[in-house]
Design a protein around this ligand. Sequence first.
Ligand SMILES: Cc1cc2nc3c(=O)[nH]c(=O)nc-3n(C[C@H](O)[C@H](O)[C@H](O)COP(=O)(O)O)c2cc1C
Length: 195
Amino acid sequence: MNETDPIALFLDARARAVAAGSPFDGTAAVLATASLDAAPSVRWVLVKEVGPEGFHVYTSYGSRKAAELEQNPRAALAMHWPEIGEQYRVEGPVERASAERSDAYFASRPRESQIGAWASPQSQPIASRDDLLARVRELEARFEGSPVPRPPEWGGFVLRPLRIERWVNGAARLHDRWVFERQGDGPWKVSRLAP
Ligand SMILES: Cc1cc2nc3c(=O)[nH]c(=O)nc-3n(C[C@H](O)[C@H](O)[C@H](O)COP(=O)(O)O)c2cc1C
């Protein structure tokens, strides 16, 4: 394990959390965005792909989070795995994932989730649950017998981390905290923070 590479540390911690029974395969995270006038908002998401290129989240490009990310393309993620007593915080600029990457992830999803992505104008007002279910039935009929393509209004964002903090629960409030920071694709600089 390379202790100076926070992505490798993150992936190792997530694997330990999954082995210890973490729900959602350890992918659940809180995503913070901010509007142009700096009002923050948060919501849970699943961070499905993590690697040197960043942290990938998939959503509707018509959603509130997407509108905020387009206007103010910076975000923060927080993951907590109580099973292993670790928290990670990730911050950095965000951009849309490539269409190829979004296509590949969409294709890997269960068919009912694919239909759901077409049916739901995420974050927009809708008249009723019945209207939503009627839309699902229409779309099931429309795509019957063929693969469901990715809706143009649905896809990924990738957060390119410039700051990652690892927090490890300790006795008597004496937790361990390390912050990893870098400029662009430069090397990570590590410091220990007081808990
Ligand atoms: C555990 C959990 C995981 C979720 N994962 C996602 C996700 O990966 N993508 C997504 O768009 N919404 C996900 N949601 C729903 C979001 O929390 C949120 O309700 C939705 O994205 C609309 O948020 P917005 O209006 O701020 O854009 C998840 C909710 C929970 C509780």
